[in-house]
Write a protein that binds this ligand. Sequence first.
Ligand code: FMN
Length: 169
Amino acid sequence: MATAIIYGSSTGNTEKVAELIEDELGDLVDEVLDISDVTADDMNSYDKLILGIPTWDEGQLQEDWETFFEDEMDDVDFNGKTVAIFGLGDQEGYPEYFLDAMRPIYDKVIEDGGTVVGFTSTEEFEYDESKAEVEEGKFCGLAIDEDNEDDLTDERVEDWCDQIRKYFE
Ligand SMILES: Cc1cc2nc3c(=O)[nH]c(=O)nc-3n(C[C@H](O)[C@H](O)[C@H](O)COP(=O)(O)O)c2cc1C
């Protein structure tokens, strides 16, 4: 059962969080990959995935994820896979679109019959709207705001890894 962390990152924040998650989960993670180097076949070869995406340009996918969605995503099959999603956004700068880019990943996994683990509470965030809030009061994964709350990132990652570890053992 192989596990990969796969992220897209335009200014390095999501890459940093991917590395923090790798440090926390240690040997449970086999590979850490940038989405710009990944094909659908690569993604299909993992049973378990931890997928990281920042939201850009008012609710849009990060550019490398956008390319992956355009060229590869139709050939990915999440059926039977366990997936955890982490998203980066800016709740003060983009309160109408906070973490929106997590949603298309969530929707695709669910549509294919995969399982998304690692929901977190929306409680400590202040925003107006978020497509990542898939249930009342719940984001579909880990929410990180490096723009306004980078001092909370380490603790948020640790808590989340404690929550999801059992699914990746
Ligand atoms: C031009 C621009 C647009 C952004 N749009 C959004 C947005 O719509 N929603 C959001 O939550 N964050 C938005 N952000 C914040 C980024 O998601 C955040 O800075 C993130 O940490 C970037 O991650 P990266 O360095 O891995 O690319 C935006 C940032 C910039 C500079």
